[in-house]
Design a protein around this ligand. Structure first.
Ligand SMILES: [Zn+2]
Length: 277
C-alpha cells in the first residue's frame, strides 16, 4: 500500500457543484460509478477512508449517508479501508444521537467519525454535545472536525448561511482539553487560522491534522514546515477527493522537501496506527 487517504468524499453521490467549480474540477474527470471510483484507488495502490456526510449545499440527487459509505467499503475492501461516519448534531434529541454513535462504533467498517462544524452550525466545545463526545472517547475511534475555511457557500451572499467561525481551531483546543483520550483530527490546514491550528496541535498531543483540500505545494508555509518537522507524527495525508484529484495530490506530495521518513509517516504509518488499519 502506497498511502492511506484519510479524507475522501464518495463521488458516486451528492457531488457539490459549487465546490467543483471552486476547485476548477471538470465533472467529466470525476468517476461517478462505484466501480470507477473504487478502481481509481486500487490502481493508485491507495486506501481511502470514506466520509459519510452530506453537505447542506447539495440539494439534488440521492443523499450520501453512513449506509452508503459502509456499503461501498464492504463491496470494495481493496479500495476503501473503512468509513468516517457522521452524526446529526442538529437533531432535537442528542441522547438518541449518542445511542446511534454507540451502534456505529460496533461496526468494524466504522474507523472514526467526521463532523463539519461550519456546515452543521455548532461549536465542538459546546457542552450540549459532551454526552456524544463521552461515547466517542470511550469508543476509542478518532474524530475528525473540519477546520477553517470551507468552500461550501463560498462566494455567495451570506455564505449561504454558513459561518466560518464554528471552524476555528481554538474550539478544538477546548475539546482536546476536556477529552484528553479522544484522538481529534483537524481536517485541512485551518486557513485563515493556520497559526492558531499549529499552536493547538503543538500544545495538545491528542490533536492531529490532515493535508486535505490542497495540493502539498499550495499548503500554507507555516503548516508545511510544522508537519515536515516537529508535528510529523501527527499529520495525515488526505485529499478531499473528488474536489482534489488523487493522482495530482500524490505527485505534489512526492515533490515536497521532507525527509523520506516524514513522508512515509504522513502518507501511511501515522494513519495506519491511528485508525488501526
Ligand atoms: Zn472534505
Amino acid at each position: 500500500m502506497r498511502a492511506i487517504d484519510v479524507h475522501v468524499h464518495p463521488s458516486t453521490r451528492g457531488l457539490d457543484s459549487q465546490a467543483c467549480h471552486y476547485f476548477r474540477r471538470n465533472l467529466d474527470d470525476v468517476p461517478r460509478t462505484e466501480e470507477k471510483f473504487a478502481n481509481l484507488y486500487i490502481q493508485q495502490d491507495v486506501k481511502a477512508l470514506l466520509i459519510g456526510w452530506h453537505p447542506s449545499t447539495v440539494r439534488e440527487g440521492t443523499r450520501n449517508s453512513n449506509d452508503h459509505v459502509i456499503d461501498l467499503a464492504t463491496k470494495y475492501p481493496n479500495a476503501f479501508a473503512g468509513v468516517l461516519a457522521s452524526l446529526d448534531t442538529g437533531a432535537p434529541d442528542l441522547a438518541e444521537v449518542a445511542k446511534e454513535a454507540e451502534a456505529l462504533l460496533e461496526s468494524p467498517k466504522v474507523k472514526g467519525f467526521k463532523f463539519h462544524p461550519p456546515d452543521q452550525g455548532f461549536y465542538p466545545s459546546d457542552r450540549r454535545y459532551y454526552g456524544i463526545w463521552e461515547v466517542l472517547q470511550a469508543g476509542g475511534k478518532p474524530v475528525m472536525f473540519h477546520a477553517g475555511f470551507t468552500v461550501l457557500g463560498a462566494n455567495t451572499d451570506g455564505g449561504s448561511g454558513i459561518a466560518l467561525e464554528y471552524g476555528r481551531p481554538i474550539h478544538l483546543d477546548t475539546l482536546a482539553r476536556d477529552f484528553p483520550r479522544m484522538k481529534i483530527i483537524a481536517a485541512h490546514p485551518g486557513w485563515p487560522w493556520q497559526e492558531e491550528l499549529i499552536g493547538v496541535v503543538t500544545h495538545k498531543k491528542n490533536v492531529y491534522v490532515d493535508t486535505s483540500g490542497y495540493l502539498a505545494e499550495q499548503l500554507p508555509e507555516i503548516f508545511l514546515k510544522a508537519i515536515g518537522g516537529r508535528l510529523q507524527d501527527r499529520a495525515l495525508f488526505g485529499t478531499d477527493f473528488p474536489y482534489v484529484d488523487l493522482k495530482k495530490a500524490l505527485v505534489s506530495f512526492d515533490k515536497v522537501d521532507f525527509k523520506d521518513t516524514a513522508k512515509e509517516k504522513i502518507l501511511f504509518s501515522n494513519a495506519q496506527g491511528l485508525f488501526n488499519i
